[in-house]
Design a protein. Sequence first.
Lengths: 84, 418
Amino acid sequence: MAGGEKHGYAMMEDIRQFAAVRLGPGTLYGAITRLEERGWIRPVESDDRRQPYCLTAAGRHYLEEQLASLDQVVKTAARRLKHA
Amino acid sequence: MRRMMRWAARLYPAAWRARYGDELDVLLDDAGPRWADVFDILRGALTMQVATLNFWKIAAAFAIAGAMTAGAWSLTQSDRYVSSAVLRISDPSAGVTRMQAWLHMQALQQEVLSRHSLSNIIQEQKLYDKERSHEPLEDIVQTMRVRDLLVKPMSGGEFTVTFANQDRAAAQATVRAVVAAFAEANVAHGKLNLEVVRPASLPDVSSVPDRPRVIFSGLMAGLLVGAVVGALYTIARGRKQWSLRLIAAFAVAGMAIGLTIAMSIPDRFVSMAVLRTSETDKFGAALRTALSDASIDDVIMKYELYPAERRSMPIAQVIGKMRNTAIQVRIVELPADTQARAFTVAFAYTDRYKAQMVTQELVARISGTVRAEVLDPPSMPMAPSSPNRLQIGAFGLFAGTLLGLAASRLRRPPLATA
């Protein structure tokens, strides 16, 4: 959703393509429920039967924090591997 | 499979379905049917149900689990059929009192329910085949005597003999054999007549276990435990629908009422002696004399027993109360090759010294007319045998907690003041 709003099936397909993991419908909607409860995503009005979601400002901020933290871990690991 | 996926999706909590149900349906249409997804949805529904647990869900889950456990247990218990016969003790020349009938039946039971007699019946009727392969006959006789074979007095000198077995024909045959043993014992004891009012019945339907009753008991027990667990869970989760003060007040009040009732029940001390006699034929007569109205009246006066009852009811009733509720004479099992019989004589009373003295008196009165050896003299009871105050208090606490939970749940919120 960082790249734009997405409905459930689009998220499932996106995750399958970039992570090579297929999330089941129960797992995906468990995650959507939790993310919405925490205020990190919100539903977007749509005429389609499919319900799209987008990131909220809080969600974007949290995602950026997580990415920065992951980036730090990846850089550190890469540096240590290089000198090993 | 699509139908199974939709059925699995219905297992999500209603509130969740109202919010996400349509979206999930569309996703299932888009993603196509897959077995893995059925299990994924089931797992998601279970996770969501647990995440939205509340008092009623927990209480209902415990109730269903209790009913299912009780049902499963009852299925492991094989059907048992109960056959019964009715016997009557009468005197052809004169009437027979209830007391005479009871004492005569006691004397007959000593013969019929003895280890020797029951062992014969077990072997003749081929009862307890499985148990006999791995349990001593001694234990099987005891099981038969305590659990399966019952002799109960009725009105008018009548007695029922019942026996429960997995085979209805065997149940009937065993009751017939027991009735025959009673008739045989009665011939030896002479004097009174023993007639069969109703012969051994052939039971049509199994009566043990009573499955609907077992399942209902499991349901109710589960509901009670679920109510307490549900309340504790919601309290621990910090939900404000419970009033801890109200629950605690009811619990304390319940315990206080329980303890007050328990304290108002006087202590009962039981003194017991063990006698052995080889004159078994005379023992019944000796017991009859010692427990006659005149003898018990004499004991009551001598030891000034039941002063309050004597003021409020006729002496005949006091005598009946003492004989039926306070005095117990029981057979003690001895090895089969022993000719002698042993008996316990016990008396329960609110004063432990009097309990011991009266037991001593009863032993003396029995030994006066039959040669009996006192194996164990009347004991001095150190602690009361009843009431169990801790148990009554704990019951009061539990009942109070349940009432408190109900009151806390049902109470109206206070009206807002302007």
